[in-house]
Design a protein around this ligand. Sequence first.
Ligand SMILES: [Zn+2]
Length: 323
Amino acid sequence: MMRGPKGEIDAVVCNGENLQRLGYDMCVAREWTQKTVLDEFGKLAAFGLDYVQFFDQNIGGGTLLCYSREHGHPEIPGAWQTRAMSSLQKEMLDSAGGSPVIGAEASAATPYVKNLVFNDARACFTFGRGLPVPGYAYVFHEFICNFMGNQCGIHFYIDSKKNPWNLFYRTAYAFHCGDMLSILLGPEGKIFWNWGLKWNAAAPPPQEPELRLLRSLNQLRKQYPQFLFEGKMIPEFIRWEADTVSLVLTNRTETIPRILASAWEDSSGNRIEFLTNFLPDPCEIILDGTKRRLEGLETLALGKVPEIVGETRSVEQRAACLR
Ligand SMILES: [Zn+2]
């Protein structure tokens, strides 16, 4: 078990009578921890799963801090933890022959990008203090694939009664980060706002527009995998202007652009930019000096893009390039 500076034992990660679990935080350098992780992961692998978010709560795939003088590692936190965690992740992948792939809560930290190839990159907790920006996608998207995650905790920050469209915005935001989309199912199998919100606490969001948006954005992901799955995020190159809209949060109101946009480059240097009207109502934008109408939930794909030839690589193949 991990020890604090005075040798104390604590469990700080979502731990407690009224939280997700009762347990202890384990030291990654200990043999017992490594063996337990490998054993438990082996059981999951035997099910034939494609993916396991094994390092949930190990944000980015990292470890918490251990100060033990009895574990055989240096008595203060340091690079030893990163080495131990990286080595454990590699052992997991090797033990299962690379399938299932594994991931973490939040985007994988740099040392773990090569091992954690599919991560729960929900941007929810940024709304408490500001607005999310696609910084991770900008640096890492060409190497890694993330997904929208379970949107845990969004009800702490966004008032769904005042913003019934906030799920459309969050879905379009994930798309514009190049992330795979995800949905949460609630009562009667209906799409729900986020994980962690009691089903009787709010009526489900409008279903039809969200389904229409998911269908449209997924179609674009299939049509342009060289950008949205494998591509590099680049600065926007289309000049556009649009109105703004108010995003009412529980502690303040933010003004955000009426549309979302992001630009991409593929390995051949082709560029594309997507602009999404994330609301069900049509809107008008100025595109390179000319007025243009965007239908509700419509996404424009702008740029000269040739047809793709051949297959794209899998997330495992892309990660293997980094090892
Ligand atoms: Zn330790």
